[in-house]
Design a protein around this ligand. Structure first.
Ligand code: SAH
Length: 462
């Protein structure tokens, strides 16, 4: 293989080619220092600034990273005569071969080509695919390869073998490899082959689905969703996120619905237990973060008490998601040194709050589940000495296409919400920082704000 050029582009190409096992002759007048380090005289040999005709034969591919027009023409002509492909980097018209973007999870390789039309797009798609495929997947592929003969021998039936490999690639062997425990993974596979049984105990992943926008899922949440046999989800989970589930996954909607109350916490526990015991990969999917006002702790305690293996995958909680999407920093120098996550779910829970502490200045209050209690919150805080002028922001359907943000003052909180018909799910922020949403908001429609607006809305409402 022949590479022309000693610059950074050449460095990138040389690295790739060496990784793929190539033996390279390099022609360049100067070398990028990192290329010089790669030169081991063995698989990479620097021929100097020029190449004579008798040095050309024997090369199966010519990559031109940097060369003058005359040299490029000479190489192309030679390549054409000898039937050797020539790739001139970023010059499609001059190339007889193009190099795709490659996702290298050796032995697994994915090449993305655009026929030279849009190499940048191919690179972008490569990084998306890279994000979906953990680096450990290459080691998993290699292990499957090394055990392929034994697997075929022990499980001759193709359909059964597919199910076995599905377990290897998605189940606990994959988890072990992802955690860097290759030997443990191999042992699991060998034991399963020995016993001819790989159902194993099931596992529950308690997964945070974030506030709505699917791109705010974590990579791990996505991979758990895609691998799940059973998904038990709340009403807050966005439908676009459930689209990531496998087509044959069993979905349970355990949302509380007005009038029905849903299956209840006991019912949820029963579903988790039944499927985990049957060996399924169960995802318990909750809006936001499962450990923030999500009853995650109760579910974990139940699973622990019943000896079911579990893990927790955090999600972006509504307070940080809504703050981000409203351009409202939760803390800001000189304005707020702390944030409190508070729930104001019902009158009973409200009465247990320490209102004197909540009324202190220079802190941000982030209220969950507060839409029905706004008047209460407004009155209590003002009574405890929080200034009626304190900025507030309400973020309804945060991060979703229909997000709305209302900003104003604490004294107008309940009125503002009523006039604009704010409904759940919404986050309420109270504190000096809320004023910044006016300047820094960036997502969705314009802000709904101000007492003037309210007055007009009130007047219009009747
Ligand atoms: N575990 C969740 C909270 C569950 S409590 C989390 O970490 O976010 C439910 C409350 O969360 C709702 O009443 C609302 O106050 C808030 N919430 C959740 N998603 C929201 C969204 N997209 N926009 C605004 N508020 C949201």
């Amino acid at each position: 293989m022949l590479v022309l050029g000693g610059n950074e582009v050449a460095l990138r190409k040389i690295r790739r080619l060496l990784a793929a096992g190539a033996v390279i002759d390099l022609v360049a007048d100067t070398l990028h220092p990192e290329i010089a380090e790669l030169d081991d005289g063995n698989r990479l040999r620097w021929l100097g600034a020029t190449i004579s005709n008798d040095q050309l034969p024997g090369h199966a591919l010519i990559v031109i990273a940097q060369a003058d027009a005359f040299t490029r023409d000479r190489m192309r002509a030679w390549g054409e005569r000898q039937g050797v492909p020539v790739n001139v980097v970023d010059r499609l018209a001059e190339s007889s071969a193009i190099v795709p973007a490659v996702v290298d999870r050796s032995p697994l390789m994915i090449a993305i080509g655009s026929g030279g039309q849009a190499p940048e797009l191919a690179r972008m798609i490569r990084s998306r695919i890279e994000r979906l495929l953990p680096p450990s997947i290459g080691r998993l592929a290699a292990m499957a390869g090394s055990l392929a003969g034994r697997i075929r021998h022990r499980i001759p039936d193709l359909a059964r073998r597919r199910r076995f490999l599905d377990w290897v690639f998605n189940g606990s062997p994959a988890d072990e490899i992802a955690a860097g425990r290759e030997q443990a993974s191999q042992k699991l596979i060998e034991q399963a082959l020995e016993r001819d049984d790989w159902s194993g105990p099931g596992r529950v992943s308690l997964v945070g689905a974030g506030p709505g926008e699917p791109e705010l899922l974590t990579l791990r949440a996505l991979s758990r969703l895609q691998a799940a046999d059973v998904i038990v989800h709340d009403g807050l989970v966005d439908a676009r996120i459930l689209d990531y589930a496998r087509r044959d996954a069993e979905l349970f909607d355990v949302a509380k619905r007005p009038g029905t109350g849903g299956v209840g916490q006991g019912g949820i526990h029963a579903i988790l237990l039944e499927h985990a015991r049957a060996g399924a990969r169960v995802v318990r999917l909750k809006g936001g973060d499962p450990m923030v006002f999500g009853r995650g702790g109760e579910e974990l305690a139940f699973l622990r008490a019943h000896g079911i293996d579990y893990e927790v995958v955090p999600g972006v909680t509504a307070a940080s998601a809504c703050a981000a999407y409203a351009g409202l920093p939760l803390t800001q120098r000189g304005m707020a040194q702390s944030v409190r996550l508070v729930t104001a779910h019902c009158a009973r829970s409200i009465d247990r709050l320490d209102w004197a502490a909540l009324a202190a200045d220079h802190q941000t209050l982030a209220f969950y589940m507060s839409v029905g209690q706004l008047e209460h919150i407004e009155t209590k805080l003002i009574k405890q000495g929080r200034s009626p002028q304190t900025p507030i922001a309400l973020v309804e359907n945060g991060t979703r296409p229909d997000q709305r943000v209302v900003v104003g003052k604490l004294q107008d909180l309940a009125t503002l919400a009523r006039c604009h018909g704010i409904s759940s799910p919404a986050m309420l922020f109270i504190g000096e920082v809320a004023v910044l949403a006016r300047e820094l908001g960036w997502y969705g429609d314009a802000l709904l704000s101000g007492v003037d607006h309210t007055d007009r809305a009130v007047a219009a409402a009747g």
